[in-house]
Design a protein around this ligand. Structure first.
Ligand code: ZN
Length: 611
């Protein structure tokens, strides 16, 4: 018997940021029905305890109140009763992020993980949710990839309030919903309807955004399905939330929730892609790539999420890192940025990863596994202790791609590996095996089989170990010289200016606070710590804005006296200034030999010799 779990959600009090939600189970468990709320949201690997926002909760059956007891932080247990059993509860929604729920007079947004209680043991049941319009806002509409119960036009998105259906609870919570007065645009990519909803005050050139997103989507659909050019979802929604300085995204099976900064959106008559707009396109490209990589090609432990506890995988370097590699590469292949602009981005990425000593202490596999307590919960020591499975993972994707292309003479590439994973795992709903066979994980096994390249040393060194890819050699093969300079405008032999070896911020008084102190740097060697507030150098007062310049006025090797507060205690430090490693990475192309240039263009434009 598959009676659906029935939900209603109503923006009861935008002023108090309260949704009223009901869940009805027709045949509750005879021993007493339990309900739980997820502690985390898939895609964001941190325990967030969404149940803390449930404010009031009551249960009833056939007009009578049913006793409810909280049995752990996220679980409610109802007394035995005859169905239907209905729970009514309020959820406080005041988290303006892509991960939770938000409601005020201007709009409402939710992820199902924040608002829909899951009846225990009914996770595979179909769900129905009636979304009710707020009384005070008759002009609000709905943006979601949830399927309307009675779809007026096949393949066309629902903008009207009403009832929506999901085959399972997991599907229900994988379709975020926006309600309000957003701008709305649509486009077709390879025959699939795509929607853009933009919430928040903006003056963006929506037509421009639409045209650019269409190019990205079509490039990616053809990337994964070069023959059928078929997208894997019925329709797709880009849910943009515009704020003053927001940035972030979360992937879903048929949509993405994105937060972007108002000033980064494209303006009418702005021909060039600004750095800010490039960031938005890159973010959208990243989340869209996840439609295949992580929403359908999944690590085995994600095939059946444990919504109450951490779900461990050692493969986020692939699911996030390789997605990060492809997000910008897809912008070149879609013709939105030039190869030179792309190489500037890659040079910056290399510089960022190589500047952090944490990469020598934590492997990518470890970084993935510990995401829950390290990457997602970074403290002041993060650059010294961890490596980002995004940033280094992207560089490993780049290195692996170039290596496969070099060793197969351009016949194969990482693109072939991605398609093999899509065909062998994603398409048929099989998780990517986490275990090692003869020392090789499944991604490595598939990559070796598809390309014929022996990858054992590479995977052992840069994924299970803490080694760096040999970029100088890999780039040389495609006509790119990788060098380091002391600054972007410096000449090759310019001497490096000294640095303190710390990241500075400004405290409330405008004084220079050390946010992070880097391993082996001048500040750490002298005994300065994160949190110290520097007030003077060699007897002269400094502020946050002036400290870096003051330090640069000395030479490498100079000794300076730094006076700083640690808590309320004044301390003096003698600092011997170092040169900062490693400087700025430069990727300089050369067009001879011609074969090297041809190899470079084949990589950038995705023209594989063999498909
Ligand atoms: Zn991602």
């Amino acid at each position: 018997m598959t009676t659906p779990i029935r939900y209603t959600i109503f923006p009861k009090s935008p002023a108090a940021h309260l949704f009223e939600v009901t869940v009805t189970v027709d045949a509750p468990a005879p021993a007493g029905q339990r309900f739980m709320l997820p502690t985390w949201i898939p895609g964001s690997y941190m325990i967030r305890e969404f149940a803390r926002n449930v404010v009031t909760l009551r249960a009833e059956a056939n007009g009578n109140a049913v006793a409810v007891e909280k049995i752990d932080k996220a679980t409610w247990s109802c007394a035995p009763c005859a169905g239907p059993l209905k729970l009514t509860y309020e959820v406080y929604a005041w988290d303006l992020s892509v991960r939770a729920a938000h409601l005020d007079d201007s709009h409402g947004f939710w992820n199902g993980t924040s608002v829909f209680l899951l009846p225990e043991s009914l996770r595979a049941q179909p769900c129905e949710v009636e979304i009710l319009a707020p009384r005070a806002h008759p002009d609000w509409r709905i943006a979601t990839a949830l399927l309307p119960k009675s779809a007026p036009v096949a393949g066309f998105g629902a903008l009207s309030f009403g009832t929506f259906v999901a085959e399972t609870y997991d599907e229900l919570i994988d379709h975020p919903v926006e309600i309000g007065t957003f701008s709305h645009a649509t486009f077709d990519a390879c025959g699939t309807r795509h929607h853009i909803a933009i919430t928040g005050v903006h003056r963006a050139d929506v037509a421009r955004l639409t045209a650019d997103l269409k190019k990205i989507c079509e490039t990616q659909i053809v990337f994964f399905e070069p023959e059928t050019k078929q997208a894997p979802m019925r329709e797709y929604w880009f849910l943009f939330m515009v704020t003053g300085d927001g940035f972030g995204g979360l992937e879903h099976r048929a949509s993405t929730a994105l937060m972007v900064s108002r000033d980064d959106l494209p303006l009418a008559h702005e021909a060039k892609i600004t750095a800010g707009y490039r960031k938005i396109l890159s973010l959208a490209s990243h989340e869209y790539f996840h439609t295949w990589n992580v929403k359908r090609i999944k690590p085995e432990p994600f095939m059946d999420y444990d919504l109450a506890h951490e779900n461990y995988t050692k493969q986020l370097w692939f699911f996030e890192g390789f997605t990060d590699y492809y997000d910008d590469l897809m912008l070149v292949r879609a013709g939105l940025i030039t190869p030179l602009e792309y190489l500037e981005i890659e040079a910056e990425n290399i510089g960022r990863v190589m500047a952090q000593s944490g990469r020598q202490k934590q492997s990518l596999a470890e970084s993935s596994f510990d995401a829950w307590v390290k990457y997602y919960r970074q403290d002041e020591n993060a650059p010294n202790a961890i490596v980002s499975y995004y940033q280094k993972g992207a560089l490993v994707g780049l290195a692996l791609d170039l290596m496969i292309r070099e060793q197969t003479n351009g016949a194969k590439s990482l693109d072939d590996v991605m398609r093999a994973l899509w065909n062998e795992c994603g398409k048929c709903g099989r998780g990517v095996d986490e275990s090692k066979v003869e020392g090789k994980g499944e991604i490595e096994r598939i990559a070796e089989r598809v390309t014929g390249v022996d990858l054992r040393a590479f995977f052992a060194e840069v994924i299970d170990g803490t080694g760096d890819p040999d970029f100088v050699k890999l780039f040389a093969h495609i006509g790119i010289a990788m060098t380091w300079r002391v600054s972007a405008t410096a000449k090759p032999d310019d001497p490096a200016p000294p640095a303190l070896g710390a990241k500075l911020t400004s405290d409330a008084n405008g004084d220079a606070k050390l946010a992070q102190v880097f391993d082996g740097g001048a500040a750490q060697s002298a005994g300065l710590s994160a949190g110290d507030v520097v007030i003077a150098v060699d007897g002269l007062r400094v502020t946050a804005g002036g400290l870096d310049r003051r330090v640069k006025s000395y030479r490498v090797g100079s000794q300076i006296e730094v006076v700083a507060f640690r808590r309320d205690e004044l301390k003096r430090f003698v600092v011997t200034l170092h040169a900062p490693p490693p400087g700025v990475c430069m990727l300089l192309t050369h067009d001879t030999p011609l074969e090297a240039k041809a190899r470079r263009m084949a990589w950038l434009l995705g023209i594989a010799a063999a498909r």
